[in-house]
Design a binder for this molecule. Sequence first.
Ligand code: 2P0
Length: 354
Amino acid sequence: GEQEKWVLMVTARTPTNIAVIKYWGKRDETLILPINDSISVTLDPSHLCTTTTVSVSPSFDQDRMWLNGKEISLQGGRFQSCLREIRARAQDVEDKKKGVCIKKEDWQKLHLHIASYNNFPTAAGLASSAAGLACLVFSLAKLMNLKEDNSQLSAIARQGSGSACRSLYGGFVKWDMGKEDNGSDSLAIQLADEKHWDELVIIIAVVSARQKETSSTSGMRDTVETSALIQHRAKEVVPKRVVQMEEAIQNRDFPSFARLACTDSNQFHAVCLDTYPPIFYMNDTSHRIISCVEKWNRAEGTPQVAYTFDAGPNAVMIARNRKTAALLLQRLLYNFPPQSDTNLDSYIIGDKSI
Ligand code: 2P0
């Protein structure tokens, strides 16, 4: 009948985030609770972002999702956790123009269609899950009129993918590991907004656009089970670095920021190497990029560029300002010329932002 014809829709866009103090290791695999705090910078939404449209209609007979136009299964425990948590908090929704009135209890029976697009289809290993799960949770929260703030929503996104919780805010964000066993205090807090330190320029060198070999989820599980170094990192090293990084960000202290980001990336990869069997995320090109940046920073007498690498060989470089970023690109193009055996797949350049 008439009543069956309506569709309500919400579209949202969420950028990915890059950790400068890394998350690696869980204390609870189901709730996704980490063994240490982490700090990240959220990218500009014009680069590396996910756009998601969520819709609800009485004519939908099941929850369905499409990623980049291809239907994917929503059966995974992580999707189900997010959907369950959001439905449990859904509120009444009224759209007078469409003559639609949804009562909060109706959300338990209504089905959803979710369509999600990444604007970086080729660059595998560039934190697609972070933007994707954050965007899914945010758009559903808007559709269902949730009262929760972004921090509380981040605790739901966290259950989809750990790093996703940090994409609910722009600028600099801390994921507080929390103390509770139920995860209620394991959530994201904005340390500084996107305007606070807007001279920084982020350059991503795509060393390889191939899918990474070891997934983060299984990699960090193996690390927690087999590495002796990870306990030292989580208990002794990261807590101090988090305090120092917060200070560096507040003071826009680039030398401290760069030192902390680079050493933390290096320690994350050292812990991967300390895992048994060892995990290699960086390759020879990654190592050459590190050498190139380190050499330049030493020659200048003070850091010009920070580098950080996630669970893959791609380099994320943070230049202290636009002039430095231009010089960095020149150096990279000279040392890694396109169309050679050491070429990079591409460069992505962006600012930090919302
Ligand atoms: C980070 N990474 O802090 C670290 C640094 C990769 C290296 O968070 O199992 O995809 O979904 O919680 O969030 C990647 O891990 O893992 C990640 P799950 P996720 O950004």
